[in-house]
Design a binder for this molecule. Structure first.
Ligand code: F6R
Length: 614
């Protein structure tokens, strides 16, 4: 959600900014803009909609018109005020001396705006960001130094911000500051770059500095200096970035989503590596820092997440309750934070967030921490905000996920939850007779995932036939109810087709009224568990109402062909581990349907990759 880039150096500033913004598009946006500094002038260009619209505007300019020695750029996902050019960033101070781009939300902007209006300032946009530009402009008039003006106004801001600021009167420097919103500085050779996320930096340098909350950095062409708000110098901690270019390239796939679906077997393989050495040896999970005694004493687990991560958490609940026998609740972070919950020091809170920047989940973790709970964060971004509130961080190591629809991060979260549940059971000394066979089967999952992927061409054909339907019902039971929910979410978010998931047994309590020949029912059927026969009965009930039936199953029973119109077979797998395989056909179905319908697979409308507002 929103992206920032700032660049100072001898390369073509406009190009570096546009490339950087292009690499951040995946986060979701609906307008874009850049401010170019040239010889005491700041020129601002903005466009609503796709980045191409801004690029077209810039391409129409002469080299002279876009000459610049530094610049800042932004993609905006509208929060305060709709997606218009006026609301797009960069914003200028009223006198035009200061230009800023901002990620995050200034919670007290109305109050600050009122103060400035009382002083005679007139605002052009509806944004909170313009208020910050005016505030810095106002302070700059008093102190005549950009860095100091920023240091003075930061304590007045409530909320989250990553700010990148230029001043007409102070060429040769970009000032940046952040709080609860990501910002990274890339240290180049005779050039420096700042961005809200690493993909924007990767083609300039692999040396990076992470800014801490309320540290102010002055970024010049040949130097970067950091101070706290009181002017105390902070040493530069330059780190080598580990992310490879491959992570942000499509590697020949038509879309990032497809590439990311195909990456799943290797991600799982890598996650298993070194964890399960021998099925009879306890699992190794050194990242869990809670003492074994404290873990044994825990009386409850609460899992908090949003969206796809929430579905992973729902499967986590089945695993922990089944293998460990400890009561586990799962709740959307957006619900948890607004009610009187009973989290206490005997609770283990597991927060799951791919991006680590989801505002609701971060707030939930903060609240739980204040109540004394032990916090485990499962994330794909160990450098993200949420990890600041964690006692233990489990990095799912899926590599940067560019497609807005989460796929590989989901299976990596699931695998991490399987590992954690087994670890927890071993520490508690329970389910010990079952664990060796579960571990053995886990090790076989990557090869089975590859088998599922090898039927992609067949799934694509089935998807083409299914792409004519406007409504779907997804059903599942037990550990695969969340799989059905995840399948339905994938379909609706990238193809805009209405897909609702229900517990299979709930169908007859209401949703069955919806069914007819235009509403296919998609189910998950895994033999070897009582839910198998029960789900078949639910499918029979749907068939009796004329619904077309589709199933994803590990059964090779030929009889199923009499009942089901479409069967997608996955390898034989236990009910417990089946979510790791069953989700892949759901991802592929959603992908191919979206592709057939000509939708923007990687950047679906209205969605953002990291949702930084509550
Ligand atoms: C769906 C999707 C979203 C996210 C949700 C939480 O494909 O990506 O539902 O899962 O916004 O995001 P994280 O996991 O980053 O907290």
């Amino acid at each position: 959600m929103c992206g920032i880039v700032g660049y100072i150096g001898d390369s073509n500033v406009e190009k570096v900014l546009m490339q950087g913004l292009d690499s951040l598009k995946y986060r979701g946006y609906d307008s874009a803009g850049v401010a170019l500094y040239d010889n005491g002038n700041i020129k601002v260009f903005k466009a609503v909609g796709k980045l191409e619209n801004l690029q077209n505007k810039l391409s129409a300019l002469s080299d002279d018109e876009k000459r610049a020695s530094m610049g800042i750029g932004h993609i905006r996902w509208a929060t305060h005020g709709s997606a218009t050019e006026v609301n797009a960033h960069p914003h200028l101070s009223m006198d035009g001396n200061i230009a800023i781009v901002h990620n995050g939300i200034i919670e007290n902007y109305k109050e600050l705006k009122g103060e400035l209006e009382a002083k005679g300032y007139v605002f052009k946009s509806q944004t909170d960001t313009e208020v910050v530009a005016y505030l810095i402009g106002d302070e700059y008039k008093k102190v005549g130094n950009l860095k100091v003006a920023v240091q003075h106004i930061i304590p007045r801001l409530k909320g989250a911000y990553a700010l990148c600021i230029m001043c007409k009167d102070e060429g040769g420097k970009i000032v940046v500051v952040r709080k609860n919103a990501p910002l990274v500085i890339g240290i180049g050779n005779g050039e420096n770059i700042v961005a809200s996320d690493i993909p924007a930096i990767i083609s300039t340098t692999s040396n990076i500095v992470y800014l801490n909350d309320d540290e102010v950095a002055v970024v010049k062409k040949d130097s970067v200096e950091i101070e706290d708000l009181n002017g105390n110098k902070i040493p530069l901690n330059i780190q080598k970035m580990s992310i490879e270019m491959d992570a942000i390239s499509k590697m020949g796939y038509k879309h990032y989503m497809l590439k990311e679906i195909y990456e799943q077997p290797n991600i799982v393989r890598n996650l298993l590596c070194g964890r399960i050495t021998n099925v009879n040896t306890p699992i190794s999970l050194d990242e869990v820092k809670i003492s074994r005694d404290a873990l044994k004493q825990l009386s409850r687990v609460q899992i908090i997440a949003c969206g796809t991560s929430l579905h992973a958490g729902q499967i986590g609940r089945y695993l922990i309750e089944d293998l460990v026998g400890v009561a586990t609740e799962v709740e959307p972070a957006s619900e948890y934070i607004y009610r009187k919950n009973t989290t206490d020091k005997n609770s283990l809170v597991i927060a799951i967030s791919q991006s680590g920047e989801t505002a609701d989940t971060i707030t939930a973790v903060r609240q739980a921490r204040e109540k004394g709970a032990y916090i485990i964060v499962i994330t794909n971004r160990p450098d993200s905000n949420i990890t600041r509130y964690a006692d233990s961080i489990l990095n799912v190591n899926a590599g940067i996920e560019v497609s807005v629809a989460a796929t590989k991060s989901y299976t990596a979260q699931l695998l991490t939850l399987y590992l954690f549940a087994i670890y927890f059971a071993e520490v508690k000394g329970v389910s010990l007779d079952r664990l060796p066979s579960i571990k053995e089967e886990l090790v076989s999952i990557p090869v089975k995932m590859e088998e599922v992927l090898s039927s992609d061409a067949d799934i694509e054909k089935k998807a083409e036939a299914l792409s004519k339907y406007q409504n779907f019902v997804y059903i599942g039971r037990g550990v695969n109810l969340p799989t059905a929910m995840e399948g339905a979410l994938k379909l609706k978010e990238i193809s805009y087709i209405n897909a609702n998931a229900y517990p299979a047994g709930e169908l007859k309590h209401g949703p069955i009224a919806l069914l007819d020949e235009n509403m296919p029912v998609v189910s998950v059927l895994i033999p070897g568990h009582i839910s198998y026969d029960k789900t078949i009965s639910n499918c029979e009930e749907a068939r009796a109402r004329g619904a077309k039936l589709i199933t994803i199953t590990s059964s090779d029973d030929k009889e199923l062909e009499k009942l089901f119109d479409v069967i997608i077979r996955i390898p034989v797998v236990s009910d417990m581990l089946s979510p790791l395989l069953a989700v892949i056909p759901f991802q592929l179905l959603a992908y191919h349907i979206s592709n057939f319908l000509g939708k923007d697979v990687d950047q679906p409308r209205n969605l953002a990759k990291s949702v930084t507002v509550e």
